[in-house]
Every structure is written in structure tokens, then in C-alpha cells.
Design a protein around this ligand. Structure first.
Ligand code: ADP
Length: 166
């Protein structure tokens, strides 16, 4: 492992389902940190119900990151800062898309900082080609039979089409 890499980082999210935008951030984090733990929120924090169970969301990410030796995927249902501490991680990595993400992340950052000043949240800018890609957009596109190629891994595209037909 190159000596300049930092220790563990958490990439949290609902990942319903994982997109190539998420995978870009996870891959970039895995180049910087020694160990990356992708934390999949296993709880309806947001009011909307997820299309996939936490186990399914974890499995999609595991399959897509199988080539990255330092990435682990775990569900969590406690506070993010507690999950980070449990995993001995001091850094949280989040992706920032268009300006709209900023306000929400700014608020979350203040709350997390108040609860856990020892955990630092950091942000990676979304790649231009994924700046407008979201899980909710992908679900909407799939619902109307849109082409998901290049937006999500092929296995996710297949399962999403099946799930939405039900
Ligand atoms: P979504 O907002 O798509 O439901 P999540 O809640 O699962 O995504 O988000 C997990 C993390 O990934 C967040 O930090 C979010 O900002 C980031 N993210 C989501 N989509 C992208 C993207 N296309 N490019 C970069 N980061 C992203």
C-alpha cells in the first residue's frame, strides 16, 4: 500500500440503486484512502420506501467494486458518526453534484460536526459526466423504459427493470 494514503474513509448513502456516479466517487476514494467502507443506509431515514432491500443494495455495490481490494460494503442503521467510529474511520467522503447538493450537505455537515468534531466530512466533486445523475432520476428513467446504459452497472439495470415491472 503506498505510504501516502490516508487511513479509513466512509462513503455513506442510500444507494437505491448504486449509479456510476457513486462508483466514480468510491473508486476515487479507494485511490486516496487505505481502506474505504461503503455504508449503505439500512433504514427509511427519508420517507420514501426503497426499491431494493439493504442486502440487495449492498450486493450490487459489492459486485461493482469486486476489483477494488480495499473497498468493503456494510449496511448501517445508526448515526453516521457512530458508524464511522465503529469502523475506526475519521473521514467521511461524499460526492457533490450540481449546486443543489451543497445546501443539504452544508446542513448535515454542521449537525455531524456538532455531534462528532473528531470526524471530518470531505467532499469530492462529481465527474462532469455524472453531475446530473441520481438514483431517483435513474428510477424514473427505468419506469418509463429509458436506456440505462452508462448510468448504472448492467446487473443493476436488469434488476431495476424487473423490479419496476412488478
Ligand atoms: P442519491 O442522492 O442519488 O439518492 P445517495 O443518497 O445514495 O444518492 O448518495 C450517496 C452519496 O453519493 C452522496 O454523497 C451523494 O452526494 C453522492 N452522489 C450521488 N450521486 C452522485 C453522482 N452522480 N456523482 C457524484 N456523487 C454522487
Amino acid at each position: 500500500m503506498p505510504a501516502e494514503r490516508l487511513l479509513s474513509a466512509i462513503c455513506p448513502g442510500s444507494y437505491d440503486p448504486v449509479t456510476n456516479g457513486h462508483l466514480d466517487i468510491i473508486g476515487r476514494a479507494s485511490e486516496v484512502f487505505e481502506r474505504v467502507i461503503v455504508g449503505v443506509v439500512d433504514q427509511a431515514v427519508r420517507k420514501t420506501k426503497t426499491v431494493f432491500t439493504a442486502a440487495e443494495r449492498v450486493a450490487f455495490i459489492e459486485e461493482a467494486t469486486a476489483g477494488l481490494g480495499n473497498v468493503e460494503v456494510k449496511p448501517f442503521s445508526n448515526l453516521l458518526v457512530d458508524f464511522a467510529r465503529e469502523n475506526s474511520a475519521k473521514v467521511v467522503v461524499k460526492g457533490l453534484r450540481a449546486i443543489s447538493d451543497f445546501e443539504y450537505e452544508f446542513e448535515m455537515n454542521q449537525l455531524n460536526r456538532k455531534m462528532a468534531p473528531d470526524i471530518e466530512s470531505t467532499y469530492m466533486m462529481a465527474a462532469p459526466e455524472y453531475s446530473f445523475l441520481s438514483s431517483s432520476g435513474v428510477k424514473e428513467l427505468a419506469m418509463f423504459g429509458g436506456d440505462l446504459e452508462g448510468l448504472v452497472p448492467p446487473a443493476v439495470a436488469r434488476r431495476l427493470q424487473e423490479a419496476l415491472e412488478r
